[in-house]
Ligand binder design. Structure first.
Ligand code: PMP
Length: 448
């Protein structure tokens, strides 16, 4: 292919043309094979080319591909909503389908504001969030995102929603360790609420495991319990952004289950369609929907392709595939093996600082010095180097920020399809070691 008419994400990088995908592998038109250890962007959760999903798409397309949401519903959308309600904890019974994670978090934000309005409270319009977070690229979602790099250009258009720091235990700002720390970083939410005024705050949003902005920063045991209690005590809804963590990525339908917390609203995306179709959802509890259904009767949001039958059929087939093959049950075992192997890298490479994550959403933070945890300079471009050396070697890893001072530092996410086999995990580790060997040489000779 001589000329690409696409706007490339990185103009100076090679941009291969993919021919097809099978399982955890992608193959480009030149025949090069890539082990997709990132599931694209933590999306291809069941791998590529799964026949059952292709058949479900085909069957739905034979019936009907599109109906408009304000005129009709479809069997696929109804079944999917019912199944999600059944598979999520508590009374998260209402699904509002959208097309991307950004739309899902933005709808969650609007739903929270509408909830208070329907109860006669007009002042609760702020959403609080954390620094070192990413909730999406549309302006509402970006307003909630504590990602200075992505905010900078549009700063005048954004609300200042990020107010507290994340549970970044590797670099605890209080120099403490959980649980002895008394979860001070979570207690900070109470301070922020008192400063701003609970009467102005509709909701607090957080990712259970921080993805792109933090390289799989994972909270200690009772962190979310403390957060939820502060929200409940101050009449603030808790929104879990499970766009990256939901649909089995950490071994349970929602990652929140692992911290024994039931959110009021959940945003889902990515793994919902597993890359086979664009679909995302905002899932609301009975509590949230009650005043909305009694008042305006509908959620003040929506898109032309909301609840698209084709996408819903895909997502339903993905859920059925996860269930039938008991894929979520196997995540923990695979994750323990992979995480142990990643931990070993600390002993082999002096620049592997931290290995963290939950389930098959794992992160590695890279540092100049393990002891002092000094980060590399920004000009060393360590993350970009790792991603491109790995790609050269046929391994796809997801670039992230480590979470220092907002979103600096170097980190990658390792998040292969949940269907990866032990043998494929071994290959992943082998290719990652080769990547880091080459990085080591570059660092030694480059003098970073
Ligand atoms: N929330 C989280 C936690 C995400 O990781 C992402 C995407 N990386 C989004 C929201 C936005 O999703 P999308 O790119 O599908 O709009």
């Amino acid at each position: 292919m001589e000329k690409s008419f696409l706007i490339k994400p990185m103009l100076d990088e090679e941009y291969p043309v993919i021919d097809y995908g099978k399982g955890v592998y992608l193959y480009d038109v030149k025949g090069k094979k890539y082990l997709d250890a990132a599931s694209g962007a933590v999306t291809a959760n069941i791998g590529h080319g799964v026949q059952e999903i292709i058949e479900a798409m085909h069957e739905q397309a034979k019936k009907v591909s599109f109906v408009y949401r304000s005129q009709f519903t479809s069997e696929a959308a109804e079944k999917l909503a019912g199944k999600i309600a059944k598979m999520t904890l508590g009374e998260l019974n209402w699904c509002f389908f959208v097309n991307s994670g950004s739309e899902a978090t933005e709808t969650a934000m609007k739903m929270a504001i509408q909830y208070w309005q329907e109860k006669g409270i007009q002042t609760k319009t702020k959403i609080l969030s954390r620094w070192v977070s990413y909730h999406g690229i549309t302006l509402g979602a970006l307003s909630m995102s504590g990602h200075p790099g992505r905010r900078a250009r549009f700063a005048p258009l954004l609300e200042d929603f990020p107010v507290i720091h994340p549970p970044y235990c590797y670099r605890c700002p209080y120099k403490l360790e959980a649980p002895g720390c008394n979860y001070l970083c979570a207690q900070d939410l109470k301070v922020a609420v008192n400063r701003i005024g609970a009467e102005k705050i509709a909701a607090f949003i957080a990712e259970p495991v921080i993805g792109a902005a933090g390289g799989a920063i994972t909270p200690p045991k009772d962190y979310f319990k403390v957060i939820k209690k502060i929200c409940d005590d101050h009449d603030i809804l808790f929104i879990a952004d499970e766009v990256m963590t939901g649909f089995g990525r950490t071994g349970t339908m929602l990652a929140c289950e692992q911290w024994d917390v039931i959110p009021d609203i959940v945003a889902l995306g990515k793994g919902m369609g597993a890359g086979y179709a664009p679909i995302a959802a905002t899932v609301a509890s009975e509590k949230v929907m009650e005043p909305i259904l009694a008042g305006s009767k509908s959620v003040m949001s929506g898109h032309t392709l909301s609840a698209n039958p084709q996408s819903c059929a895909v997502s339903l087939a993905v859920l059925e595939y996860l269930e039938k093959n008991k894929i979520m049950n196997e995540v923990e075992c695979k994750a323990v093996y992979l995480q142990n192997e990643l931990e070993k890298l600390k002993g082999m490479f002096p620049f592997v600082g931290d290995v963290r994550g939950r389930g098959l959403l794992l992160g590695i933070e890279f540092v100049k010095d393990q002891e002092s945890k000094t980060p590399f300079s920004r000009t060393a471009m360590i993350t970009q180097k790792i991603v491109s050396i790995a790609k050269e070697k046929g391994l796809l890893v997801y670039p992230a920020c480590a979470g220092i001072d907002g979103v600096n530092g170097d980190a990658i996410i390792i998040s292969p399809p949940l269907t990866i086999t032990k043998l494929e995990i071994k290959e992943l580790i082998f290719l990652l070691k080769e990547t880091l060997d080459l990085l080591k040489v570059q660092i030694e000779y480059g003098g970073q």
